[in-house]
Design a protein around this ligand. Structure first.
Ligand code: NIG
Ligand code: FE
Length: 415
C-alpha cells in the first residue's frame, strides 16, 4: 500500500533523521516545507519535499493520492505521561474543589488517588481493558501517535499487576507505540499507614520482579512529594529500576521542591515530570544531564496550580517535553491539542517550541525518537492532516477547536 499526499500547505516537523530531540533556543526552530508532498510505503515515510521537486508518479499500482490543498500535515503528538488506565471518574471531587477544598485536602480525607484505587479494586481486568481501549482510541482520534501509560491506581500487588496487564494488552491492540511505567509508589494505601518503607519494599522487591518476568514494565515511576513519598523512597525506586536495567520517569515538584529532581538526575532518570515548582538548584541539576523535563500544563489548568516555568529551563539549554498527564484526578483530558494551546497561551512558548515539545521531545521522553515524533525518512507514517488553514499557528491560537481532519497511523487512515 502506497500513499502520496500532494499540495500540502505546510509540512511540519521535518527534522533530519539524526535529530532525536531539540534543546534550548533550538526549540523555537521547527523545520517545515511550504507547498510540499509526502510519500508513504509499507507504513513508513519514504519521500517528502517541495512540490516543485516532486519527481512525478511513474508507478500507479496500489497508490492512493490525496490532495491536501490548503491543509497542513504534522507528525502525531507523542504523549509521554498518562494514566490512561483507570477505573472511574472523580467528578465528585471536582465539585468539592469548586466549593473550596484543595486537591491536597481532598487527598488527606481519603479521596484523590485512594478514591481511584478503591474503584480499581472493584473493576475486572476485562472491563478495565475495554474502557481503556476506547479511551486510547479516542486519544488517537485527537492526534496522539505514541503513548506512555502508568500503573499506580492498584496500590496492592494484584491490582497493580492487573493494571500492567491491561497496558500490555493495549500495546498489542493499538497501532501506535505504547510504553508502560510501574507506579506502585503513587500513594500509600491506608493499611500501610506508618509502614511506608515496608510498602515501597513490597512494590520494588515483590511486585516489580513479577511484572518484569511477565514483560509488563518499561520504566519505573514514583510520586515524590510531601505527604506521599520522600527522597529515601525515591532512591529505593531508582535503585530497584537500576537493578533491573529500567530507567525512571518520576512525578516530582508538583507542589513542593524536596530535592527529587537532583536525585533523579544523579541516577540517570529518563524524565522528571510536573515541575510546577522549580528552584534554581533543580535547573542547575538538570543542566547538561540526559534527563528530560516534562511539563503537564493541562494539570496546572485543571487544578489551578502554577504552570511549569519554561524560561529558566530553555535558557539553561534544556529540552522540554509536553504531555497531558491524562488521569481522573488532576487532568481528566488526554487532548494534546489543548496542551499545545496552553503551552503557548499560558507558558508563553512559541507555537514552534510547543510543537517540538509535543512531538520530537515527547518521543525522546519515551525513547521512541527513532520511530516517531517527526517527518523523517524511515520513520512510521504517523501524521495528521489539518483542516484548511493559513498556517499551523491556527492550531494553538484557536484553542479548544478541532483542527484535525484526518489521522494516519502507520500509513493507514485511522479517522
Ligand atoms: O500526575 N500527581 C500525582 N499523580 C497524578 C494524579 C493522580 C490523581 O489525582 O489521580 C498526576 O497528577
Ligand atoms: Fe501523572
Amino acid at each position: 500500500m502506497r500513499l502520496f499526499i500532494k499540495n500540502i500547505k505546510q509540512l511540519i516537523g521535518t527534522h533530519s533523521e539524526d535529530v532525536h530531540l531539540v534543546s534550548g533556543k533550538d526549540m523555537d526552530v521547527l523545520p517545515m516545507i511550504e507547498h510540499a508532498f509526502l510519500a508513504v510505503e509499507d507504513g513508513r515515510i519514504v519521500a517528502f519535499g517541495a512540490m516543485e521537486d516532486w519527481p512525478g508518479i511513474t508507478d500507479w499500482r496500489d497508490l492512493e493520492v490525496i490532495d491536501a490543498e490548503g491543509k497542513c500535515v504534522l507528525p502525531l503528538w507523542c504523549d509521554s505521561h498518562t494514566h490512561t488506565v483507570f477505573a472511574g471518574t472523580r467528578e465528585g471531587e471536582f465539585v468539592d474543589r469548586i466549593n473550596g477544598l484543595s486537591y491536597e485536602e481532598i487527598a488527606q480525607r481519603g479521596g484523590g488517588i485512594l478514591n481511584s484505587a478503591a474503584q480499581m479494586a472493584k473493576m475486572s481486568e476485562e472491563q478495565l481493558y475495554a474502557e481503556a481501549l476506547e479511551r486510547a482510541k479516542n486519544l488517537i482520534r485527537m492526534g496522539t501517535g505514541a503513548l506512555e501509560i502508568k500503573s499506580g491506581y492498584g496500590l496492592n500487588p494484584e491490582a497493580e499487576l492487573k493494571m500492567l496487564r491491561v497496558i500490555k494488552r493495549l500495546k498489542e491492540a493499538l497501532p501506535i507505540p505504547v510504553k508502560s511505567s510501574f507506579l506502585g509508589a503513587h500513594a500509600l494505601p491506608p493499611e500501610y499507614k506508618g509502614r511506608k518503607s515496608e510498602y515501597v519494599h513490597l512494590m520494588m522487591n515483590e511486585v516489580l520482579p513479577k511484572a518484569i518476568d511477565e514483560g509488563l514494565v518499561d520504566y519505573v515511576d514514583i510520586f515524590t512529594e510531601e505527604g506521599y513519598f520522600d527522597l529515601d523512597d525515591t532512591l529505593a525506586v531508582l535503585e530497584a529500576g537500576k537493578k533491573y536495567g529500567l530507567k525512571a520517569k518520576i512525578h516530582v515538584n508538583q507542589f513542593n521542591a524536596i530535592g527529587g529532581v537532583k536525585l533523579a538526575v544523579d541516577h540517570g532518570a529518563l524524565s522528571v515530570d510536573h515541575l510546577e515548582v522549580l528552584t534554581e538548584a533543580d535547573v542547575a541539576a538538570l543542566k547538561g544531564s540526559s534527563t528530560i523535563p516534562v511539563a503537564l500544563p493541562s494539570c496546572s489548568f485543571f487544578l489551578g496550580i502554577p504552570y511549569t516555568p519554561v524560561k529558566p529551563l530553555i535558557e539553561a539549554g534544556l529540552p522540554l517535553a509536553l504531555a497531558t498527564d491524562y488521569n481522573p484526578g488532576s487532568t481528566p483530558s488526554g487532548n494534546m491539542n489543548f496542551v499545545v494551546s496552553l503551552a503557548c497561551i499560558q507558558m508563553k512558548m512559541t507555537p514552534e517550541a510547543a510543537v517540538n515539545a509535543a512531538t520530537i521531545n515527547g518521543a525522546a521522553a519515551m525513547e521512541l525518537s527513532e520511530e516517531v515524533g517527526s517527518i523523517a525518512l524511515g520513520k512510521r507514517a504517523n501524521f495528521m492532516i489539518t483542516k484548511p488553514m493559513k498556517s499551523f499557528h491556527l492550531m494553538p491560537y484557536a484553542f479548544g477547536e478541532n483542527h484535525i481532519s484526518e489521522v494516519y497511523v502507520n500509513g493507514e487512515r485511522f479517522v
